[in-house]
Write a protein that binds this ligand. Structure first.
Ligand code: AMP
Length: 400
């Protein structure tokens, strides 16, 4: 299948060609025809599958096909996403795919002064890409109306739940007209998400791509069994490899991210940290330095990293093993995007073993163990006091 066979309008095809897209990704192949038919959609897809284009392209097509009769500009599309980084990234996609359509959009998110966003809205935009809090703020101030929205997208719904946005989302839905087309995307589908989806969608078509295990297959994964105290030394050691032009390092905590950034910087490795305590400007600056390879290592927490879309990011390093298996898949999904090469290394200390087991269960494969200088036999990797010698032996054998 190619994009031409979807009978998209010429301005969209031209933009896709310029982006270098030749054929749709599986989520696009499945979703675009359904959305074009006006169906509600429940998409189970993670980032890196091309899901942004899967909803942006058909929405642009439908907006072009059905211009308002009275020429009055109103918000016809609303895309709600949990983080500012994601909002900006979706905005970039809207800009790229819609560049010849003449359709105007605005991106709104919190943490920055609202004036420039309000000014953009006042110019008469037809699409809004927003994080929930700022969107509600602007609606409540009477600066934005979503009463005439025809196309509503809720992106990364599971993350919305994690971040405690569910009430905001429900309030937003209450402002939307009953008659609309709704698209709902989530990487995972726990029961709360299924409930939320059923309150938003009408007889949705379901699209599931890449059960988590298949996306991660193209990524070369390895686990380094290492004690907490040796993680910094191991990281510095790995980064001696000049092949690693840039690497995204994940940590569970903001404090951890800052500490690692400090240690790496002291070792002459250009590093910046991004997390929720950093200002929007600092985060954007760190991200663009990383994209331009001025910064070699970006240390990020899970939430801050969610919107990072760096073409050709080859290395992801999990400084700690995430306690939620799906988070591992999200993290390593930052690399190996759209068929590119990807390498994911995870540092696992003895307390993190159970997390590793859950991950291996989820992705339905064993992650190969990497040999390294700091895996000095049993002492480094042995479980603490309570461990049996049998368990120790197992750990040791696995690490050989
Ligand atoms: P997403 O899952 O939306 O975060 O997209 C992941 C990456 O895939 C982005 O960098 C897109 O630019 C890229 N991409 C999306 N669709 C296609 C396509 N049909 N062909 C090639 N690359 C694509």
């Amino acid at each position: 299948m190619d994009f031409k066979s979807l009978q998209l309008h010429e301005p969209i095809l031209k933009a896709l060609e310029e982006e270098g897209y030749t054929s749709p990704t599986p989520i696009q192949e499945q979703s675009i025809p359904l959305i074009l038919q006006g169906k509600d959609l429940l998409g189970c897809a993670q980032t890196g599958t091309g899901k942004t284009a899967a909803f942006t392209i058909p929405i642009l097509q439908l907006m072009l096909s059905n211009p308002p009769k009275d020429q009055r500009k109103r918000v016809r599309t609303l895309i709600v996403t949990p983080t500012r980084e994601l909002a900006i990234q979706i905005g970039e996609s809207f800009k790229a795919y819609g560049k010849y359509t003449g359709l105007k959009y605005a991106v709104v998110f919190g943490g920055v002064n609202q004036n420039s966003q309000v000014n953009a809205i006042r110019t008469g935009v037809e699409a809004i890409i927003a994080t929930p809090g700022r969107l509600l703020d602007l609606i409540n101030q009477g600066l934005l109306s979503i009463k005439e929205v025809q196309f509503f997208v809720l992106d990364e719904a599971d993350r919305m739940l994690d971040m405690g946005f569910v009430h905001d989302v429900k309030k937003i839905i209450a402002f939307l007209p009953q008659k609309r087309q709704s698209l709902f995307f989530s990487a995972t589908m726990p029961p709360e998400i299924v409930n939320l989806a059923s309150s938003i969608l009408k007889s949705p078509e379901k699209v599931t791509v890449t059960p988590v295990s298949s996306t991660v297959e193209i990524i070369q994964q390895s686990v380094f069994f290492v004690s907490k105290t040796n993680k910094n030394a191991l990281l510095i050691d790995i980064l001696k490899d000049k092949k690693i032009k840039t690497a995204l390092v994940f940590t569970r905590t903001k404090h951890g991210a800052d500490k690692i950034a400090k240690v790496l910087s002291l070792n002459n490795i250009t590093t910046e940290a991004i997390h929720g305590n950093k200002s929007q400007n600092a985060r954007q600056r760190a991200l663009s330095n990383f994209k331009s390879q001025t910064t070699r290592v970006l240390v990020a927490t899970d939430i801050a990293a969610r919107g990072i879309d760096v073409d050709e990011l080859e290395y992801v390093i999990n400084y700690d093993v995430p306690n939620i298996a799906e988070t591992y898949v999200h993290r390593i999904g930052r690399t190996g995007r759209a068929g590119a090469k990807g390498t994911a290394m995870s540092f696992c200390d003895v307390d993190e073993r159970p997390f590793l087991q859950n991950i291996e269960k989820l992705i339905a494969k064993k992650i190969p163990v990497a040999p390294h200088t700091y895996a000095q036999g049993v002492s480094d990797i042995a479980p603490k006091k309570e461990a049996t010698s049998k368990a120790r032996k197992k750990v040791f054998n696995r690490n050989k």
